[in-house]
Design a protein around this ligand. Structure first.
Ligand code: DAH
Length: 330
């Protein structure tokens, strides 16, 4: 019966394995030790020439060896991959607890904290937060909001279009989210939509071509102008303090009827406008397919405006200049 030095074969396999540098090399090792040109295959070829007895014993020995080699290669490959992964993990380890602002700490931008605060005031009375895209269709920005292309209000805010057929633009108002939300959801609706808006305005003390708004929309069966007043007065008191005085004056917006502006009384006795609002125009509700039994109100408030009033900031550009001496005051 042929003799095979098992230990020697296994030792040579160990050596080969110890030299592996890439996981793919295990395929070659498998081929060399188990493939058709391997020593094992050579030995198997001898089997037919052996006596029945020897055939059985030697055959069994070869099968055992083959199983041993196979499992050695498999377990070593598994370990190799694991080790490589662990090493990679160790080498690439990033300590996310490192405090980059060791001295100052980090803090939110003033506009983000004012926006968060306004959102929180409304979510505490049941409003959900909704979002819409900054690149909008003219339908969502104008037409659905009862502002067809012949409407003068459209020219006032005609703005940064993204294509020559005037079908997409950077939204001029967060009122677009009213439409998007109503298109997707049945009434009742109580949402606020924070976001960035774009206008072809020149930069001056109170205007910027990019600024932030928070839109609000409430649609239900029995909402009236009294609910609108109550909600917005609640908001101004929460934001500016119990003693703030507000007044509503008539205004025009295409998507509300009647429409109003809310003014707050400032320390020096002057009245300053902080938001536009009104009862949602029935045409808007019809555009989104809401039934006539539903009514509601909406408003849009400028976040920069709120921050400027509260913190007595004299120029809107302060928010965007990233001057740490300004930002760290808040
Ligand atoms: N979208 C208006 C603007 O940007 C603000 C506004 C006015 C929003 C009245 C409303 C509203 O929802 O009812 O000037």
């Amino acid at each position: 019966m042929p003799e095979l030095n098992l230990d020697k074969i296994l030792a040579s396999l160990d050596l080969r394995i110890s030299e592996v540098t890439l996981p793919d090399e295990y395929d070659q090792i498998s081929k060399d030790y188990l493939g058709k040109d391997s020593l094992l295959a050579e030995e198997r070829k001898k089997l037919p020439t052996l006596s029945n007895e020897d055939k059985k014993t030697y055959g069994k020995k070869l099968t055992e060896l083959s199983k041993k080699i196979e499992s050695k290669i498999a377990s070593s490959k598994k370990q190799f991959i694991l080790d490589t992964f662990q090493k990679k993990e160790k080498d690439e380890f990033t300590d996310i607890t490192i405090d980059w602002n060791r001295n100052e700490g980090s803090y939110k931008h003033i506009l983000s904290s004012v926006m968060d605060e306004v959102v929180n005031i409304f979510s505490s009375i049941g409003y959900e937060v909704a979002y819409g895209p900054e690149a909008e269709t003219s339908w969502h920005n104008f037409d659905a909001l009862n502002t067809p292309d012949w409407h003068p209000a459209r020219y006032e805010s005609d703005t940064i279009y993204l294509n020559s057929d005037l079908e997409t633009l950077l939204r001029t108002q967060t009122s677009t989210v009213q439409i998007r939300h109503m298109e997707q959801n049945d009434p009742p609706v109580y949402i606020v939509a924070p976001g960035r808006v774009f206008r072809s305005d020149q930069l001056d003390a109170t205007h910027s071509p990019v600024f932030h708004q928070l839109e609000g929309l409430a649609i239900d069966k029995n909402l009236s102008f009294t609910d609108l007043k109550g909600t917005l007065e609640y908001f101004t008191k929460e934001f500016f303090g119990e003693n703030i005085e507000t007044k509503f004056i008539p205004h025009f917006f295409p998507f509300t009827e009647p429409s109003a502006e809310v003014l707050v009384k400032w320390n020096d006795g002057s009245w300053l406008e902080i938001l536009g609002c009104g009862m949602v125009d029935p045409n808007v509700l019809e555009n989104v397919g809401y039934s006539k039994e539903y009514k509601g109100f909406a408003w849009g408030v400028g976040i920069e405006r709120l921050a400027m009033l509260r913190y007595k900031i004299d120029h809107i550009k302060n928010f965007y200049e990233n001057d740490i001496r300004f930002l760290e005051q808040f």
